[in-house]
Design a protein around this ligand. Structure first.
Ligand SMILES: Nc1ncnc2c1ncn2[C@@H]1O[C@H](COP(=O)(O)OP(=O)(O)O)[C@@H](O)[C@H]1O
Ligand SMILES: [Mg+2]
Length: 363
């Protein structure tokens, strides 16, 4: 798995022997170099020579995803023959689920992954859902439903990656969920732009500034925030150039004030959405890299009065690896012929079997 944060590749080995209780056997992160990150970010916007750049990066990322897998296997010393399959989300470089010819593109060539690992590889998880009229995203809610639902309490899962998405697990009701808007992406972009650091650890830089209400209001007026579900978003809607455009009216603000306001924007767009759902939640469980940002976590908790806020780690699924585990689970669904999308989440006309299967050479 590699998400919109472009931090790197997360690889997990998961044992699904016990129904409903996946066991994380091993995990491994392969961070992207600055140059790969820059190349991916460049492909997330229209530009010259895109087809050649996409073709080459597709192969390079296929090699890196295979490397992450091989390093993980070496670390866990699990015999390769015991591994049924790889589920590879790939790297999203474009996501336009609401155009009349809707599409979503993930790269990291699965042929290359299968060839270099010798393992059956399932990839291209989003496009069948889009073919069925869905958003193709988010796909993790089905896994959240399978492993984090409780019979007695209403829960909301909040995954804070580059974008943020929520999954609603209300007792006696089908799972729903959608992207709320930006998670880390704007905070990451701003600190990269102003301080050449990858991310704002624990929100420390943000904490040194003050939230500006006028800028916050302006950010919250982005049409995506109030749009009805089903919906999903990406770097097409929330990116540095868009932010710079908004900031032309706020030249009086200091850089740290902007960072603090971007953090509040993520917290408020998540919390306001949850508070508007008309469901009494008992518990919110955070996951994804943003769950490590202590200021962001405390702002979300403060904006969700009456809801107990902790992380999925406290409920048996490691918050750092949950999304990668979800794609292992989706690969298992594909191989067993089960469906992977949730129509109440993506808006697809029907449940579908997601993903294509790529086989390594025999022997
Ligand atoms: N200690 C931390 N403090 C603040 N932010 C963090 C911390 N650890 C991780 N992050 C954030 O999490 C991001 C990675 O999250 P991840 O769940 O991998 O997102 P994605 O799925 O989009 O790749 C980093 O880019 C960073 O913004
Ligand atoms: Mg990541």
């Amino acid at each position: 798995m590699s998400g919109t944060s472009l931090d790197g590749i997360d690889a997990v080995l998961v044992d699904f022997a016990e129904e409903g209780k996946p066991v994380l056997v091993g995990s491994h992160s392969l961070p992207f170099s600055n140059s790969i990150r820059a190349e991916i970010a460049l492909l997330c916007q229209p530009g010259q020579n895109e087809i050649d750049r996409m073709g080459e990066l597709d192969r390079r990322l296929g090699q890196l995803f295979a490397q992450a897998t091989n390093e993980l296997i070496a670390k866990t010393s699990c015999p390769r023959a015991r591994i049924s399959a790889i589920g590879s989300h790939g790297q999203t470089i474009r996501h336009h689920p609401s155009r009349s010819s809707a599409f979503s593109i993930q790269i990291a060539d699965p042929n290359t992954i299968a060839y270099l690992t010798g393992l059956k590889t399932v990839a291209d998880f989003r496009r069948m859902d889009i073919a069925a009229g869905g958003q193709g995203a988010p796909l993790v809610p089905a896994f959240h439903d399978a492993v984090l639902r409780d019979r007695t309490e209403n829960r909301v899962i909040i995954n804070i990656g580059g974008m943020a998405n929520i999954t609603v697990l209300a007792t006696g009701q089908p799972v729903t969920g959608f992207d709320t808007g930006p998670g880390n992406v704007l905070m990451d972009s701003w600190i990269q732009h102003r301080q050449s650091r990858n991310y704002d650890e624990d929100g420390n830089w943000a904490a040194s500034g003050a939230c500006d209400i006028a800028l916050l209001d302006q950010l919250m007026s982005h049409p995506y925030i109030q749009a009805p579900a089903p919906k999903s978003t990406g770097r097409e809607s929330f990116h540095l150039e868009w932010l710079k455009g908004v900031l032309t009216a706020f030249t009086h603000l200091g850089d740290a004030d902007i960072q603090r306001t971007l953090l509040e924007f993520s917290a408020l767009s998540i919390a306001e959405t949850i508070n508007n759902l008309d469901i009494t939640f008992h518990r919110a469980l955070l996951c994804g890299g943003g769950s490590h940002n202590s200021l962001l976590r405390s702002r979300i908790a403060a904006l969700l009065p009456g809801i107990k806020v902790s992380t999925t780690t406290n409920f048996g699924i490691d918050a750092d690896w949950l999304e990668a585990m979800a794609f292992a689970w989706l690969a298992k669904q594909r191989i067993e012929g089960g469906t992977g999308n949730v129509t109440t989440v993506t808006g697809a006309a029907s449940p579908c079997i997601l993903g294509g299967v790529y086989l390594p050479p025999p022997n």
